[in-house]
Design a protein. Structure first.
Length: 99
C-alpha cells in the first residue's frame, strides 16, 4: 500500500501536469471561433475548478494524520477521474478516449 508522502508527491505532480495541459487548452481555445470557442471555455473553466479543488485537498492531505488521509485520498481519486474524463472529452469529443 502507498504511504501518504508517496501519494502526495504523485498527486502533486499530477496537478502540476493538469495546469500545463490547461494552459495548452487555453491556447487551442484562443484559435477556435464561435460555438467551439464557447465550448472550450466552458470545459477549461470546469477543469480549473477541479484543479483548484484538488489543490485544496492536497493541502488537507499534507496536514492530515496517517490514520485519516485515506478519506482525502478517495476524494482526490474522484477528482482525478473527473479530470481525466474531461480532458478525454475535450481532446476526443463526446465519447471520450477510444481505448
Amino acid at each position: 500500500m502507498e504511504d501518504k508522502k508517496t501519494y502526495y508527491d504523485k498527486m502533486h505532480a499530477q496537478v502540476r501536469d493538469w495546469a500545463a495541459k490547461i494552459d495548452e487548452l487555453i491556447s487551442k481555445s484562443e484559435k477556435a471561433s464561435g460555438e467551439k470557442k464557447v465550448e472550450y471555455q466552458e470545459q477549461i473553466k470546469k477543469l480549473k475548478e477541479k484543479k483548484t479543488d484538488a489543490e485544496a485537498l492536497l493541502q488537507e492531505l499534507r496536514a492530515s494524520g496517517e490514520e485519516t488521509w485515506g478519506e482525502i485520498k478517495g476524494s482526490l481519486e474522484k477528482i482525478s477521474g473527473d479530470v481525466r474524463g474531461a480532458f478525454n472529452k475535450f481532446l476526443y469529443g463526446e465519447g471520450g478516449k477510444k481505448e
